[in-house]
Design a binder for this molecule. Structure first.
Ligand code: PLP
Length: 379
């Protein structure tokens, strides 16, 4: 099946009991057994629930993987990955990563004796320098949030394989529509399903997809043991959201291009960060690795004044001032005071998250209305 068919059909079957074409919401905690141990594959909903199971199969298929696992949030999915490690193990991570990922690494897992190195991943020497016998995981986020840096997954795969290190990719921004890290050699794909996969800003959820059965078994063991699963209602909503993923992403990309080009030509704008612009430093990698360039656009202002940025995010009317991204509606955010406030100022400025940086999650509205809104706020 091709992508647009998989999002609608993969892993899904009409309900055996009724023929319902849509996966029912199995709102149940437990399942009656005919005799001890004689059940239909479901015993208890923390371990497995039919609605969640359908979603896990669907997600695995659209990421070209064999095994999917869903969690109560993206961070719960990350939590599961790091729990595969042991005290003393080391992780090399993208340096400009999602603020919440940075927080769970540094404030939760460092306490348990896992060591994290944050490096700029374009620089393969910087990665190699941190590798030692304890290095067990490389954590890549691409495109990065909010600077839209693109990391060459194939290059990192080479380094990881050579050193026998697991490679995990946070594919939240790209979605499986734009890029499939497993095809590029990654071992684990992670999603904040909350964003584009759900797509309608009504669910918080996370997911992991892998090909290797041993890794999958570990993931399912931790999913069941730690218990950070999602509920069946949310699984249903995401199954529904994914059915239009390809349609939504196409429009997100089209609108993203229109907005990025508008901003790039605007006299008050200093820099525009969108991987589809030929001026973007990683444009060539993005072109090779991604199908299109997505709907996330960041930009900074001439003069770099905090108050100017705060003014703009206040003045827009269609773009809603909110954290999160990936929904059908356009959102605007100010990373330095919102999503990335947990990262020390010096560290965040080093990665480009300056005071005037604004991040847009360009939605699927009519582009003309979005342009009018931005131009009113900027001018
Ligand atoms: C939102 C997000 C996360 C965390 O996911 P939650 O669902 O909010 O827990 C992780 N990585 C990226 C890139 C994100 O955008």
């Amino acid at each position: 099946m091709k992508f647009g068919t998989k999002v609608i059909h993969a892993g899904l079957e009409p309900d055996l009991a009724t023929g319902a074409i849509m996966t029912p919401i199995y709102q149940t905690s437990t399942y009656v057994q005919d005799g001890v141990g004689n059940h239909k594959g479901y015993e208890y909903s923390r371990t497995l629930n039919p609605t969640r199971h359908a979603l896990e199969k669907n997600l695995a298929a659209i990421e070209n993987g064999k095994f999917g696992a869903c969690f109560g949030s993206g961070l719960a999915a990350i939590d599961c990955v790091i729990k595969m490690l042991n005290p003393g193990d080391e992780v090399i991570s993208t340096n400009d990563l999602y603020g919440g990922s940075y927080r769970i690494f540094t404030t939760i897992f460092e306490k348990y004796g896992i060591k994290f190195h944050f490096v700029p991943m374009h620089n393969t020497t910087a990665i190699k320098e941190k590798i030692n016998a304890n290095t067990k995981l490389i954590w890549v986020e691409t495109p990065t949030n909010p600077m839209m840096n693109i990391i060459d997954i194939k290059t990192i795969t080479g380094i990881a394989k050579k050193n026998n290190i697991l490679l995990a990719v946070d594919n939240t921004f790209a979605t499986p529509y734009l890029q499939n890290p497993l095809d590029l050699g990654a071992d684990i794909v992670m999603h904040s399903v909350t964003k584009y996969l759900g797509g309608h800003s009504d669910v918080v959820m996370g997911a992991l997809v892998v090909n290797n059965e041993k890794v999958a078994k570990e993931i399912y063991r931790i999913q069941n043991s730690s218990g950070a699963v999602c509920g069946p209602q949310d699984a249903f909503l995401v199954l529904r959201g994914i059915k239009t993923l390809h349609l939504r992403m196409q429009r997100h990309c089209e609108n993203g291009k229109i907005i990025a080009e508008y901003l790039a030509a605007h006299p008050k704008v200093e820099n525009v960060y969108w991987p589809g612009l030929p001026s973007h430093p990683n444009h060539d990698i993005a072109k090779a690795q991604m199908k299109d360039f997505g709907g996330m656009v960041s930009f900074s202002l001439k003069g770099n004044k905090l108050e100017d940025a705060l003014n703009i995010v206040k003045k827009v009317k269609l773009f809603a001032l909110a954290e999160s991204l990936g929904g059908v509606e356009s959102l605007i955010g100010h990373p330095a005071t919102m999503t990335h406030a947990a990262i020390p100022k010096a560290d965040r400025e080093e990665t480009g998250i300056v005071d005037s940086l604004i991040r847009l999650s360009v939605g699927v509205e009519d582009a003309d209305d979005l342009l009018t809104d931005l131009s009113n706020a900027l001018n």
